[in-house]
Design a protein around this ligand. Sequence first.
Ligand code: ATP
Ligand code: MG
Length: 258
Amino acid sequence: MIEIKNLTKVYKLSKKKMQELKTKETIKRAADNISLTARPGEIYGLLGPNGAGKTTTLRCVATLLKPSEGSVSVCGYDTITQGEEVRKNICLLTNEIKLDPHFSPKYMFQFFGKLHGVDDETIEKRRKELFDYFGISEFENKKIEELSTGMKQKASIAVSLVHDPKVVIFDEPTSGLDIITARNVTDLLLKLRDEGKLVIISTHIMSEAEKLCDRIGVIIDGKKVIEGTLNEILEATQAKDLEDAFFDLYKEHHKEEK
Ligand SMILES: Nc1ncnc2c1ncn2[C@@H]1O[C@H](COP(=O)(O)OP(=O)(O)OP(=O)(O)O)[C@@H](O)[C@H]1O
Ligand SMILES: [Mg+2]
């Protein structure tokens, strides 16, 4: 389970960042009093526009950022005081994660498996399962630098799952992938969910949220403005689809801000 309670993350802004964000404020509340609970066996989606605070929230869950206020717990462990326990139970995926280009997927899988303390037999069993699933077995001994972008991404995902984490955190799972590879990845997330894992993702793609997520939390300007299943959100907003619901919520939020 992931429990986020009143999470606020404030960044100090450099002069450059102030110009970039076109603001006179010297701080940015990237996450502003966000609370949410995500449970095993569901895919929870953080849906929001660029700069909404999705990555910030996920990085707080993954222990990479310390909340300015509030708390986050994962599988009952506090991300600040029990970071190591949290990290044993999670994997964080982003499209920026790169494997060392000089090594092969097979070597990287074994290396990270050992790093996580997984025994050799289990490493081999999982490697076979995941490499077969992603169709990387044929390329397992090639250098990563020789693989296509999609193959690299699939190899990174396989490697990140070597310790069979209970919680899978994925920042924009399909960003930069072609339609076939993207489907491979979303199918895997559904499979992991069906195995009882907790999957939490961020996305700005409405159709991805609609198709993939069991529950959606819409984040605008660091605030969670609505949460629920697709049907609950459509009912609450009286919109015909998620895109319309999103625009209504966006307009409403900016009206309140003025
Ligand atoms: N290290 C940082 N220092 C200052 N401001 C930051 C920093 N990281 C993020 N921000 C700002 O915080 C806000 C939230 O950023 P975040 O990356 O969490 O958004 P996001 O929802 O993931 O956006 P995107 O869809 O573009 O990935 C943005 O305004 C961003 O410019
Ligand atoms: Mg982001």
